[in-house]
Design a protein around this ligand. Structure first.
Ligand code: SAH
Length: 268
């Protein structure tokens, strides 16, 4: 019919003797473009998450907030929040919400605090490059990852085994090598690694655990929500002097809502 005889001959030939070389020639570029496409897509996702992190820092963390809460100003802290991929610490379905101004559920009834609170707590302990930090309440590992960008060593304790195990794996996969995760009751701290230059407690206790005060270096700072569970608590900054565990100054910073510090029968 209207077939070009030249084409017809070619296609017949192809049909008769499948030329594997030709199929590879076709397949390899196709494979490359599929991979390149997937890479570009992942890259553009990462780019868009990076943009949202910048925006989170600008509008939620470095900006003055309602209720008189002060903006976070420490430039190193702000840089850590621009760097650490918060969406990788959220459960998969919640990644799109990772940069919103709110806490995120992470399973087992626990949450990662909203970005501003994590940032304020981090700034309050005045992290320095050569510091050894302790965190109580690893959760997803996000606060530990932020601290790991700012200090030399991070020790973090989680009481819920599956959360601790998942955080340990996540932190290793993301390349945070200076973080050590322990599954234990954090009320008692980590005596083998004490003293700590700073301590961040991310679950609320009805009193400041004495073992943590003891494990704080003279001149060290600890931030902890104090109060009853399921009510508003007070975020307090504890500064330790040089004359032992009784030489502490406790400063109230702001009202907060944290999940409770559980465990240790002896503290009820
Ligand atoms: N810092 C976390 C969020 C903390 S949520 C993050 O960045 O994702 C509070 C966490 O404290 C929960 O995971 C909870 O299981 C843990 N926790 C509660 N009591 C604890 C205790 N006694 N010792 C260690 N972890 C505790």
């Amino acid at each position: 019919m209207l077939l070009n005889p030249a084409l017809a001959t070619k296609s017949t030939t192809l049909h008769k003797r499948p030329n594997h070389r030709n199929s590879y020639r076709i397949c390899i570029p196709v494979l490359f473009s599929v991979l390149a496409g997937a890479f570009a897509l992942a890259q553009s996702d990462e780019d868009s998450f990076r943009q949202r992190r910048d925006e989170m820092v600008r509008t939620q963390i470095a900006a003055s907030r309602w209720g008189g809460a002060e903006a976070v100003r420490d430039a190193r802290v702000l840089e850590a929040f621009r760097e650490v991929p918060r969406h990788r610490f959220a459960p998969a379905g919640l990644a799109p919400h990772a940069y919103e101004d709110r806490p995120l559920p992470i399973g087992y009834g626990q949450t990662i605090s909203q970005p501003y609170i994590v940032a304020k707590m981090t700034e309050l302990v005045e992290p320095k490059k050569d510091y050894r930090a302790l965190e109580i309440g690893t959760g997803s590992g996000y606060q530990a990852a932020i601290l790991s960008r700012l200090v030399a060593e991070v020790y973090t304790i989680e009481i819920v085994e599956p959360l601790g195990a998942a955080a340990r794996k996540r932190l290793a996969d993301l390349g945070y090598r200076n973080v050590d995760v322990r599954i234990e009751d954090g009320y008692y701290g980590w005596p083998e690694k004490a003293p700590f230059d700073c301590i961040v407690v991310t679950a609320a206790a009805n009193h400041i655990p004495p073992p943590l005060i003891e494990q704080l270096k003279p001149g060290g700072r600890m931030v902890i929500p104090v109060g009853n569970p399921f009510q508003t608590q007070r975020l307090v900054l504890v500064s330790k002097g040089t004359k032992g565990s009784r030489d502490i100054r406790v400063q109230e910073i702001m009202p907060v809502m944290f999940v409770p510090l559980v465990g240790g029968l002896d503290r009820k």
